[in-house]
Design a protein around this ligand. Sequence first.
Ligand code: COA
Length: 255
Amino acid sequence: MTFSTIQTSLVNHIFTIIINRPDKLNALNQAVLNELNEAMEFVYKDEKIKGVIITGAGEKAFVAGADIAEFVSVKDDEGATLSKKGQDIFFKIENCPKPVIAAVNGFALGGGCELAMACHFRLASSKAKFGQPEVNLGLIPGYGGTQRLTMLIGKGKAMEMMMTGNMIDANEAKTLGLVNYVETPENLIPKTKEILNVILTKSPVAISKIIAAVNFYFDKKGFDEEAKLFGEVFSTDDKKEGTAAFLEKRKPVFK
Ligand code: COA
């Protein structure tokens, strides 16, 4: 498989997916989403793959969100479709019958935090930062963040993070239950592999049933509502101002 926006490798049954646009802090444009989707389809099919690690290229970012520059070319009435597409790819990760772990090596913002949360669990480097800053763009999380953040850290803190757009560091993310371990940057991938290797000694069929059973615990209706509401904010003047302000490197002024 050859990809242009992600890198993949298969070593000792562990398939590593690296989101690879470091000059744009690994922002998720449509090309990345399509390649991530293709890579996950391969994971489902290839019997040599027993577990997956998702991480980001470079020193700075896991994924700094959906690609804001690309939002400009999406039509006002296409917001809900955009949200659904991202949600569906992330469901493919969440429902993967093989363990998928996020190794969060830097900024995990917006769609990046949502990507990490779609994985079965997360490890963070001490340099990682998490946030759902869509509100700064006049938007809301649209790739499952309103649902999964609430599930993972509880309603009050999730509301605060989404309403303020503020970031939290790796240690706070661990205290809140968003990540399981905080490691030095050098130890992040080795520790992730160590845990995955323990899981790989267990019964694959039992692991797949644990994933299915745990995922069944959560109600999926909220994701449809999120996509609908994302569609509604996507056509507002605030979204136009918020995205323009980011691209022009200035503070937004909302009405
Ligand atoms: N979409 C598109 N481009 C992005 C991006 C995103 N989500 N996040 C970062 N980039 C780009 C920047 O535009 C910049 O590109 P340029 O060099 O061509 O100008 C490059 O990545 C580096 O980012 P920069 O903002 O210069 O780095 P920084 O260290 O000053 O700030 C962040 C880092 C993460 C705080 C800042 O990039 C940011 O706020 N990103 C957006 C986060 C966000 O709102 N995500 C949710 C999107 S829905």
